[in-house]
Ligand binder design. Structure first.
Ligand code: ZN
Length: 238
């Protein structure tokens, strides 16, 4: 692991790390991202950055509060930076007005390093699977990273994060928007019982139903959330 020193951090007030947050860099290449994450003027950083070729950089010591999540919320926690570790994964990301990019999948050599670094962090801080999240999950009104091509399923198969369990039987599930929003809140999302729920449905799908991110609530989306909530509740009782 290479060590670079970002200036963009301060002291944590918390003593316990609760979350592991995944990001993509959303810049043309890793060098530009490293420069930005270390530049005192940018006021942003993360604890780690993982290059497309699998090289891992540490930018901020885990004991310190890196500035990666910004305005965010999960389960009522608002200072996510204070209680999390942030990993930036090099990927040019989605295009937006004034920025051209073709969002591409994450290379296997890079994902292998994401898995192994995340496993160590989770072990060190005893982070629960349902607290391994994307930036989009905790800041869904303004962020979409790491996006629908980030292989969360593979991560969970390697002990990193949660993933819906496949249904063994075709149980009848009622598609009910207010129930869905209530369960999203139980899972941790910042739900304000939105007038237009398509945004929050899309963000859930971007993480947990990546082959369809149409923002429409259907049976598949519904049961996936039910499965995640059930796993979370079982895990809390352990
Ligand atoms: Zn991010």
């Amino acid at each position: 692991m290479k060590v670079l020193n970002s200036a963009n951090f301060d002291n944590r007030s918390a003593t316990k790390i609760k979350y592991l947050i995944m990001h993509y860099t959303g810049m043309i290449n890793g060098d530009d991202a490293l420069e930005k994450l270390c530049d005192p003027k940018s006021k942003v950083s993360a604890h780690y950055l993982i290059e497309e070729n699998g090289e891992v950089y540490q930018l901020v010591n885990e004991e310190k509060r890196a500035w990666h999540a910004g305005v965010a919320r999960w389960e009522g926690d608002e200072d996510i930076n204070d209680i999390s570790i942030g990993i930036e994964i090099v990927n040019s990301g989605h295009a937006y007005a004034g920025y051209e990019s073709i969002y591409k999948g994450f290379p296997e050599v890079q994902m292998t390093q994401v898995v192994s670094l995340a496993q160590k962090i989770i072990d060190r801080h005893k982070i629960k699977p349902h607290y391994v999240l994307g930036h989009s999950d905790v800041a869904w009104r303004r962020k979409i990273d790491p996006g629908e091509l980030f292989d969360w399923k593979k991560l969970s198969q390697n002990g990193v994060g949660s993933w819906p369990k496949s249904r063994l039987l075709e149980v009848d599930i009622k598609v009910d928007l207010s129930d869905f929003l209530r369960k999203l809140k139980t899972f941790g999302y910042d739900v304000d019982f939105e007038k237009d729920p398509s945004g929050i449905i899309t963000v859930f799908q971007r993480h947990f139903r990546q082959d369809n991110i149409d923002g429409q609530l259907d049976k598949e989306t519904m049961w996936r959330l039910l499965s995640l909530v059930e796993q979370k509740l079982v895990n809390i009782r352990l």
